[in-house]
Design a protein around this ligand. Structure first.
Ligand SMILES: Cc1cc2nc3c(=O)[nH]c(=O)nc-3n(C[C@H](O)[C@H](O)[C@H](O)COP(=O)(O)OP(=O)(O)OC[C@H]3O[C@@H](n4cnc5c(N)ncnc54)[C@H](O)[C@@H]3O)c2cc1C
Length: 390
C-alpha cells in the first residue's frame, strides 16, 4: 500500500511525486512509456526555476523576445530582456526524463511500462489504480490517487469528476522538430495567429534545430483538416522566408490534443482523488502554455495531499483546498480572462488582432497594453476593445 499513487509521469505528475517523496511519503509514479516524446512546442517560462533551481545549471539558452503575427501577418515584436523572466526551449523527451529523475532521486517509485486502465474500487471507494504491463495487469493501492496522465487520461473520465473531452472544447495540434540552416532569431520565439481559429509557432532549439507546429481551436476543429492546415502553414511564403534551403531533416513529428478552455474547475478533486495538469485543463487558452501551470498544479496538489496525509483525512473537505490554493486560484482567474479573449481575437477572420497590432504600432500606450495582455495576463481596457471594434 502506497501513501499516494500518481498516474502519469509528465511535468505535473513528476513534480507532485517529488514534493510528496521529499516529505517522506511512499509514492508510486505510474508511467506508460518514459521514451514517449510529448508532442509539444517545448517553450517554458524560466519561472519554472522557482520549482526546479537545479535546471539553471543545465545552461539552457535564454529566450528574451517574441514576435506575434496576426492572420494577415501584421506583426508585434517585443524583447523583454531585463523586464521579466526569460524562457527556455526544451526537447520534451529529454526534459520530461530530467523531471522524472528529480522525483526518483527524492525517493518516488517510478513504474515504467504501466498503462493506467481504471480505478480499483471497494465498497464504492476508489482504493487504487489498475494498470496494464507487458506481462499482464498490476494493482497499485494508495490512500490518495492522483490523475496526472494528460489529455489521453483513461482515469479522468472514469473519476466521475468530469466527462470525456468534446472536440469543440480542445485544440488539435501537429508539430515537428526539424533541422537545417535557417534565418530564425535564436533569442526569440514566433507565434502566428491564423485567419481561422488557430495558431502556429516556431521555437528555435539550437543553431540548426527548431520546433515548428500549428493547431486548430474549438469549433474550428470541425471545419479544418489539421494535416492540411499544417502543410499550408509550412508552405506559406511568410514562413518559408525563415528557411532558405529546399530540404529540412524532420527529426520527429506528431499530432496531439490540448485543453483549450482553461481549468475544469469542477473536476479538480473528489474523495481521495485529485486531478492535475492537462487532465484538469491547466493550459493557457491563448498561448497553449501548459508546462509551468502543470508543475504549479502538481506542486499545489502535493502540498494539499501532504496536509491530508498528516490528518489521515482524504475527504473532499480537505482536498477541496487544492482549488482554493492561491496559485491555483490565480491560474483559474487568468485563464478565464484568456478564454473570454479568444473569441474576440479570432472574430472577423482574425482582423480584430490585426487591428489591435495596427493600433499598437501607432500608439505606445496601446502597444504596452497589448504586450501586458499577452505577456503579463492583464485584461485589455474596454476603450481598446471598442476602438478595435470601431
Ligand atoms: C502540440 C502541443 C504544443 C504545446 N506547446 C507547449 C509549449 O510550447 N509550452 C508549454 O508550456 N506547453 C505546451 N503545450 C502544453 C503542454 O505540453 C502540456 O500542458 C503539459 O505537457 C502538461 O503536462 P502534464 O504532466 O499534465 O501532461 P503530459 O505532459 O501529457 O504528461 C502525461 C504523462 O502521462 C503518461 N500517460 C498518459 N496516459 C497514461 C496512462 N493511461 N497510464 C500511465 N501513464 C500515462 C504520458 O506518457 C505522459 O508522460 C503544448 C501541447 C501540445 C499538444
Amino acid at each position: 500500500m502506497f501513501d499516494v499513487v500518481i498516474s502519469g509521469a509528465g511535468p505535473a505528475g513528476s513534480r507532485c511525486a517529488q514534493v510528496l517523496a521529499e516529505q517522506g511519503y511512499e509514492v508510486a509514479l505510474l508511467e506508460r512509456d518514459v521514451n514517449w516524446r510529448k508532442p509539444c512546442g517545448g517553450a517554458v517560462s524560466s519561472r519554472i526555476f522557482k520549482y526546479y533551481p537545479q535546471l539553471r545549471k543545465l545552461g539552457y539558452h535564454p529566450i528574451t523576445g517574441v514576435t506575434i503575427y496576426s492572420g494577415d501577418y501584421h506583426k508585434l515584436q517585443y524583447s523583454w530582456k531585463n523586464v521579466r523572466d526569460y524562457s527556455i526551449n526544451v526537447d520534451r523527451l529529454e526534459f520530461d526524463n530530467i523531471l522524472r529523475n528529480f522525483a526518483v532521486d527524492a525517493g518516488a517509485h517510478l513504474f515504467n511500462k504501466n498503462l493506467s486502465l481504471d480505478f480499483i474500487t471497494k465498497n464504492k471507494k476508489k482504493i487504487g489504480i489498475k494498470t496494464k504491463t507487458p506481462s499482464g495487469t498490476k494493482d497499485y493501492l494508495g490512500q490518495i490517487l492522483i490523475v496526472a496522465d494528460g489529455m489521453s487520461s483513461k482515469l479522468a473520465p472514469k473519476s466521475e469528476l468530469r466527462g470525456k473531452w468534446q472536440i469543440d472544447e480542445i485544440g488539435l495540434c501537429k508539430c515537428a522538430i526539424m533541422k537545417g540552416e535557417n534565418n530564425l532569431d535564436k533569442n526569440a520565439i514566433s507565434l502566428f495567429f491564423r485567419a481561422y481559429k488557430g495558431y502556429g509557432w516556431i521555437f528555435p532549439l539550437d543553431e540548426k534545430s527548431f520546433n515548428i507546429g500549428c493547431g486548430t481551436w474549438l469549433d474550428e476543429n470541425l471545419k479544418t483538416n489539421l494535416n492540411q492546415a499544417y502543410s499550408e502553414f509550412l508552405n506559406d511564403p511568410h514562413i518559408k522566408q525563415f528557411f532558405p534551403k529546399s530540404k529540412y531533416e524532420e527529426i520527429w513529428s506528431a499530432a496531439y490534443p490540448i485543453p483549450a478552455l482553461g481549468v475544469r474547475e469542477k473536476c479538480l478533486y473528489g474523495d481521495n482523488v485529485l486531478i492535475i495538469g492537462d487532465a484538469a485543463g491547466f493550459v493557457s487558452p491563448i498561448s497553449g502554455e501548459g508546462i509551468h501551470p502543470s508543475v504549479v498544479s502538481g506542486n499545489s496538489a502535493a502540498e494539499i495531499a501532504t496536509e491530508a496525509l498528516k490528518q489521515g483525512d482524504f475527504s473532499t473537505q480537505i482536498l477541496k483546498k487544492y482549488k482554493q490554493y492561491p496559485n491555483i486560484k490565480k491560474i483559474i482567474r487568468n485563464f478565464k480572462m484568456k478564454v473570454s479573449m479568444v473569441e474576440f481575437l479570432f472574430e472577423n477572420q482574425g482582423l480584430n488582432l490585426s487591428k489591435m497590432f495596427e493600433l499598437a504600432d501607432a500608439e505606445d500606450s496601446i502597444r504596452e497594453e497589448v504586450i501586458n495582455m499577452f505577456l503579463f495576463n492583464t485584461p485589455p481596457s474596454k476603450e481598446l476593445l471598442l476602438r478595435i471594434k470601431s
